[in-house]
Design a protein around this ligand. Structure first.
Ligand SMILES: C[S@@+](CC[C@H](N)C(=O)[O-])C[C@H]1O[C@@H](n2cnc3c(N)ncnc32)[C@H](O)[C@@H]1O
Length: 310
């Protein structure tokens, strides 16, 4: 764990809009003096509004695995004026991060938010290598300083494993064809850029009038594996009760069915065990107005749970 201390303060991209902000705040219901954690700080869109609700006397803790996100969010949080701490790391190491930052013991949180997936900044910046629309190095690491890039993973992964990953994490019906095509291609040439991979997939599975780009599902699958996204989520959901105070509220925003299934199952199980109560809000989806002003919210699903007592 490295506690983040902001050096270069920069402005936040104006196009970034936090998804389902109103619904998130309604479920988290931040109160003055409380301690809340945003485990996926991103550009701080949700965190800024949560922090406002915690003033006076409360603390917001923000975690992100992407150092650039911490830098950008801190510039925004400074403008709010409340107490906040930012920590660099992955949210599955939440207990350890909190202890190392002296914010333990476990069970210290009144609210916890996970807004899953990648941020608009990560997607839009070609050099981060997430996007098939903007050509850049095939990287896809949310933390560019940790783990293996997508290019080096793709160079070495056995073809059967590649096919399994694309089918499972991309829910791509053409997974076998795409994996075999990538395998043939890489025997001649290493795949180093997002543009190279996107056009290869477009050749392997032409569009045929479909709305989404043929590489969408494969890019999603590789990104999930490179960042251990589902493992991080599963491990965190298993231990959620430890971090929450009685009466503490948890909100998770997910963007594809694999994530949402994990959240739905985990909440159902914790409710059965008596560790959580289902939030009366149930499953929430973005309003039509939000989807039309922020198309990235289209696939969002919000689930919430409450720790009994308090
Ligand atoms: C969808 S964005 C969050 C946007 C944010 N709510 C906002 O309004 O600006 C997700 C962020 O979570 C981070 N992230 C994803 N998985 C993570 C993990 N396991 N641990 C820590 N950060 C993670 C990403 O780096 C990204 O910055």
């Amino acid at each position: 764990m490295r506690e983040y201390s902001p050096l270069n303060r920069v402005n936040v991209e104006p196009e970034h809009l936090p998804v389902m902000l109103e619904e998130t705040l309604r479920c988290l219901a931040p109160q003055p003096g409380e301690t809340m954690l945003d485990g996926t700080l991103g550009l701080g869109g949700h965190a800024v509004e949560i922090l406002r609700g915690l003033i006076p006397g409360g603390t917001l803790v923000g975690i992100d695995r992407d150092p650039q996100a911490l830098e950008r969010a801190s510039a925004r949080l400074d403008g709010v004026g409340g107490e906040y701490r930012l920590l660099h790391g992955t949210f599955d190491a939440l207990g350890q991060l909190l202890r190392e930052a002296g914010l333990g013991p476990d069970g210290a949180l009144d609210g916890l938010l996970l807004d899953l997936g990648v941020s608009s900044m990560q997607l839009d910046r070609a050099e981060r290598g997430f996007s098939f629309r903007n050509d850049g190095p095939l990287d896809m690491r949310m933390d560019p300083g940790a783990g293996e890039s997508a290019a080096s993973w793709l160079a070495a992964v056995p073809v059967e494993e590649l096919s399994r990953v694309i089918r499972r994490y991309g829910e791509e019906p053409q997974a076998g064809r795409i994996a075999r095509g990538i395998d043939r291609y890489r025997q001649e040439q290493r795949i180093e850029t997002t543009g190279q991979l996107a056009s290869l997939i477009e050749e392997l599975v032409p569009r045929r009038g479909k709305k989404i780009h043929p590489a969408t599902r494969t890019f999603q699958a590789i990104r999930i594996v490179i960042n251990r996204e589902l493992d991080c989520l599963r491990e965190t959901l298993e231990r959620l009760d430890r971090y929450m105070k009685p009466g503490g509220r948890v909100v998770v925003l997910s963007y594809h069915s694999l994530e949402d299934r994990l959240v739905k199952e985990a909440f159902r199980q914790r409710v059965k065990e008596g560790l959580f109560l289902a939030h009366p809000a149930g499953l929430l989806r973005p309003s039509e107005t939000e989807v039309s002003s922020n198309p990235r919210s289209r696939s969002a699903r919000l689930r919430a749970a409450v720790r009994p007592g308090g």
